[in-house]
Each structure stands twice: as C-alpha cells, then as structure tokens.
Ligand binder design. Structure first.
Ligand code: CA
Length: 412
C-alpha cells in the first residue's frame, strides 16, 4: 500500500502562544484532540489522551471489538488525566476533546467527546457525523436557538462534556458506520470548523485529491480566516484495498513533543516584558472551556440567554426612542429658528410683516402675520406691489420695519 492515503497536520494558528491540539494518523487509528483549561494545561491534556488512545492502533476482528477498545481507551485517558492533576495541582481544570476513528473491515468505528468533529465526504456530499457536546448545540437541539444563532453565540465555546479531572465516567459517544471506497473522512478541531465554512471545507476536500495537499489547504483556509485558535486536520481516504495506513504513523501538535510538566521548568508564567512586547500572543480568542454538566449551570445559561434576548429588545426600543427624540428635537430647533426670521408680504390687500419663513413643510405653514400695516397694496407702484406679493426677505424685525418704511415712502 502506497503511503498518502491519509494525512495529519496541526498548526498553532495566528493568535495562540502554544498548540493545545494533538493529532494522529496511524495504521488503523486516526484521532484529533483539542486540549483546554487549567494553567496552560491544555497541551498536556490532549497529548496525554492521544498518547493513551494510540494503544488502539491495531487490527480488530470486529467493529464491536474496536468500539469496546476505543471506549476503554478514552475512559483510561480520562482516568490518567485525573491522576496527572492529582500529582500536579497546577494542571487542575485541564481537559480535552477526543474524536477518533478506527478502520475495521469496511467499517469505521467512532469514539467522540467534545466539540472536535468528524465529517464524511461521500459522492460530493459532506456530512458531520459527530454531534458537538456544546452548550449552544443543546440550545439548538431543544429548539431555543437556530444553527445560525449558534454559530455567533457568545457562549459557543462552552463545552458540556470533555475528558478531564471532573467526571470519573464521562459520557462518550461511540458508533459503527459502514465505509466504502471513495469515502474521505475528515477529523478536525474547532479551529477549523468554527472559522472555515462548511461549503469552503467541502470545496477544498473535493479540489485536492492528494490527502496531504488537501489537509495543508484546509489549514491554510483557517489561517486565511485569521486562525484565532489552534487548527488540526486529519484526513483518511478509503480505497479498494480498504487500507489507509499512514506509514510510518504520524503524531502532530502537542502530542508530538515529549510530555514535560514538572514545576516551573516548563510552565513559566508570562513575565511582564513579554506581555508588553507581544500583547497579541496573550490575547485569548474565544477560549474553549469546560463547564460541569449540572442542571444549575444549564439553567443559569438559559436564563442568561433570555436576559440577553431581553437586553437586545430593550436596546432596540431605546434606539428607536432616541431616533424619534432626535428627529423631534431637530424639528423643534428648526421651528424655533424659523420664528426668529421676518419677511414682508401681502395680507388682506395690505402690506404686512410676517414672522417665520416663506417656505412651509407640505401643508404646514411656518409663518404668521406679525403686523398688518396701513399701506394699501393698491397705493403702491406696480413694481413694488409685485415685489411685496412675491415677499421681501428681511434679516430681522428691524430690517422688516425699514422695508415697510420705504414702501410707505413710495406709496401715494
Ligand atoms: Ca480549539
């Protein structure tokens, strides 16, 4: 079997200081793990999990055997994470997602926990086969929000299930699916799926036949989107031989380095000069974190969601009121200004001084007679009479009185 039927790539991204993702492409096993939390314990968490699960990279007699082995390996990884935290309290709160698959005689056996994803590309169609164990997915499933709202939800990175030191018996999804020649399986961390659209992933997967080229391009797609998170992509193509081995097996991301977490030899806190010199490096972009799956917490988040919806409505209302007020205030100011203007015109056959402006707003007149004079229009020379009928602008009341005086002089 020629190599090249599978690929694994991991990239730290453009914002994060370290890579907390791990990936693996082996003989039968393919895995992605996305670590998080604790005092920079995420890289340790995903590395521990992947190194442990690699035990299941072997030939299984049946899908159910593989399913059992995968489930056991993930549970063991969970226990090992808890033990590690027990020995190294600075790692408290670390956790990791795991999405892995094992190939067994025309079948794909999947084990999954967290929000990394497994997709199947079959005959030009890309389908997500794992469910995100996220708070927002819960809200979508229960009909509280739409998929579109979930994609931009401020709590979209909150995970409801991970491997870590919280739960001794984590709920791991497993399944056995049939696979056939031509199928392409994609495993990825949310650093890809949260920032590159479904359509873009599909078009990249269909444009590049070579798995390495396709995996590299997917990572580049994420980098093109700014890659605020670590990005890990594992690809497996199924061909006639049914073998997709990566020879030799490849480990990428955090699990590719030896595990070291002894005191401050590895995990030095960021010193101030580093913070000042590289402010971007310490920006946490939409950091994933795990929240224990308690009803209380869920209810609290649901209440928060409702509060936010209410805040949105109130913001809208206040906005509309402000706009109406601005229009009203503007109108009042404009009207008040017009009432400081004067002009001379005709009123009931006599010359009159008007307060306001000649222009009106539609049917609304912006002027009123201020004073009707004793000058009869008929007594004015025809030129002056026409001018008065057309109205004569005055700069102020004094100017208007002066114009009236001049008219009085020319009248007979
Ligand atoms: Ca991530």
């Amino acid at each position: 079997m020629a190599p090249g039927n599978s690929a694994a790539v991991s990239h730290v991204g453009k914002i994060r200081a370290n890579n907390q993702d791990s990936g693996y492409a082996g003989e039968y096993l393919f895995v992605v793990a996305d670590g998080m939390g604790g005092h920079a314990g995420g890289d340790v968490a995903s590395a521990i999990a992947v190194k442990r699960i690699i035990e299941t990279d072997r030939q299984f007699a049946s899908g159910t055997d593989a399913e059992f082995a995968l489930h056991t390996a993930l549970t063991a990884a969970n226990a090992q994470l808890a033990e590690t935290v027990f020995d190294h309290s600075e790692l408290t709160g670390m956790g990791t997602t795991v999405s892995g698959l094992v190939l067994v005689n025309g079948q794909v056996v999947i084990a999954h926990i967290g929000d990394s994803r497994i997709y199947l590309l079959r005959q030009g169609e890309l389908t997500q086969v794992t469910a995100d164990h996220t708070f927002v997915q819960r809200l979508v499933d229960s009909g509280r929000i739409t998929e579109e709202e979930a994609a931009v939800h401020p709590r979209r990175s909150v995970l409801m299930r991970v491997l870590g030191d919280v739960d001794a018996t984590p709920e791991i999804d497993t399944s056995i699916m049939a696979t056939q020649p031509g199928d392409r399986w994609l495993l990825c961390s949310d650093g890809l799926s949260s920032y590159v659209s479904h359509d873009k992933i599909l078009s990249t997967l269909t444009s590049f036949e070579d798995t390495d080229a396709a995996a590299d391009r997917l990572v580049k797609d994420a980098l093109d989107q700014g890659a605020p998170d670590n990005v890990t992509v594992v690809l497996v193509d199924i061909d006639e031989s049914g073998v997709s081995a990566h020879t030799p097996p490849v480990t990428v991301g955090s699990a590719a380095s030896p595990l070291v977490f002894d005191g401050d030899t590895v995990r030095k806190p960021l010193r101030l000069p580093a913070l000042l010199l590289h402010p971007l490096k310490v920006t946490k972009a939409d950091d994933s974190h795990f929240e224990p799956e308690s009803d209380g917490y869920l209810n609290e988040l649901i209440l928060e969601d409702r509060r936010r919806a209410r805040r949105r409505r109130i913001t809208w209302l206040v906005g509309i009121i402000l706009v109406v007020l601005a229009i009203l205030t503007g109108s009042i100011a404009t009207y008040q200004w017009t009432q400081t203007r004067f002009f001379v015109g005709a009123s009931g056959g006599n010359v009159a001084i008007y307060r306001g402006v000649q222009q009106g707003i539609g049917p609304i007149s912006l002027s009123t007679v201020y004073r009707t004079t004793s000058i009869d229009l008929d007594e004015l020379p025809s030129y002056s009479r026409t001018t008065v009928e057309d109205t004569i602008n005055a700069t102020d009341l004094e100017d208007a009185e002066r114009i009236v005086e001049q008219l009085s002089d020319v009248s007979n």
